[in-house]
Design a protein around this ligand. Structure first.
Ligand SMILES: [Mn+2]
Length: 321
């Protein structure tokens, strides 16, 4: 009987059957929990580490909340794509990377090894934080495989403030990644910023006011011209959204992007050479009505739909899109 608990009962990665939206075993988009990566296109995993925050913590609970918020997105054909992404895209939920907060010095290497092992299989990664520091070891592992990556960073903060060797800080790791050549800043764009830093470290910066004044298409033109055909890694810090759309985060800043703007931007990136994505800084203790977790689940879902399009998924357009 193919009903319920696909997360552990499904035999393959392309199956989908009826679930109680409000019940059953949770995984991201009801994907099968598996560490068999044979033929898998995308591996979803969580990195529940949040000791690198500078203000409020709680985003160690992010992966769990994003999985829970994804239940409705698993029920219908994807909007506005008009297809079931899993007919063409093989996706598993790997579970969470083990991190030991009592030995913080081991955390970066453990996350990097987690990512390296998954990338070795040939699969791409969709990863849920945790605080934004986790993006640093994730990006390092990607650069090891793909060469310097082009970063598309959604964020209220630049995360390039002054760094020190070995520092576990969610506000400085992209300065380190840039100086190490892990990120090619000349191909990279930061979107949604509304904090100040005396140096742009070579990134193109599209502040939130710039996006509000110039619009989605102008922002996409800048991002795409800059990235070209280079390997693109998207790091989505949920505080890039306005606190009205993402209250559940540790360092909220007023005046941010609306959910619809972030979704329109993500949906416009399908022509790029997308190699991976993370969604970070969802802190459920500060969330209300799962607003933040739902926004995070939706941007992740839409990135998976872009990957499905690359595998040939074709949708049916209904209404004026
Ligand atoms: Mn950030």
């Amino acid at each position: 009987m193919s009903k319920g608990d696909q997360a552990f009962r499904a035999k393959g990665n392309n199956e989908r059957w009826p679930e109680m939206t409000y019940g059953g075993a949770l995984s991201f988009l009801r994907r099968r929990y598996s560490r068999d990566l044979e033929g898998v296109d995308v591996v979803v995993s969580g990195v529940p580490y949040d000791a690198a925050v500078s203000y409020r913590s709680g985003c160690r609970l992010g992966p769990r909340a994003i999985r829970e918020a994804s239940v409705q997105l698993a029920e219908l054909k994807a909007f506005p794509f008009g297809f079931d992404p899993f007919e063409t895209l093989s996706v598993v939920d790997w579970g969470d990377c083990m991190v030991d907060p009592h030995h913080p010095e081991t955390v970066p290497a453990d996350i990097e090894a987690h990512a390296a092992a998954i990338l070795e299989s040939g699969a791409k990664m969709l990863t849920f934080g945790g605080d934004h520091f986790v993006a640093y070891p994730l990006i390092k592992a990607h650069a090891e495989k793909y060469g310097p990556i082009s970063l598309i960073q959604f964020d209220a903060h630049c995360d390039t403030w002054e760094d020190e060797p070995g520092r576990l800080d969610h506000g400085s790791m992209f300065a380190r990644a840039a100086s190490e050549g892990v990120i090619d800043v000349t191909k990279s764009t930061q979107i949604g910023l509304r904090t100040y830093n005396d140096s742009d470290h070579g990134f193109e910066i599209l502040t939130t006011p710039w996006v509000h004044r110039n619009g989605i298409d102008a922002a996409l033109d800048v991002i795409k011209a800059r990235a070209g055909d280079t390997p693109v890694y998207i790091s989505f810090d949920v505080d890039g959204l306005d606190p009205a759309f993402a209250p559940g985060t540790g360092t909220p800043v007023a005046g941010g992007l609306a959910s619809w703007q972030a979704l329109e931007l993500i949906r416009g990136l399908g022509s790029l050479n997308l190699i991976g994505m993370d969604v970070v800084e969802v802190s459920p203790p500060y969330d209300h009505a799962e607003i933040t977790a739902l926004a995070a689940a939706t941007v992740a879902h839409d990135w998976l739909c872009l990957m499905a399009q690359k595998n040939g998924a074709k949708g049916v357009e209904v209404g004026r899109l």
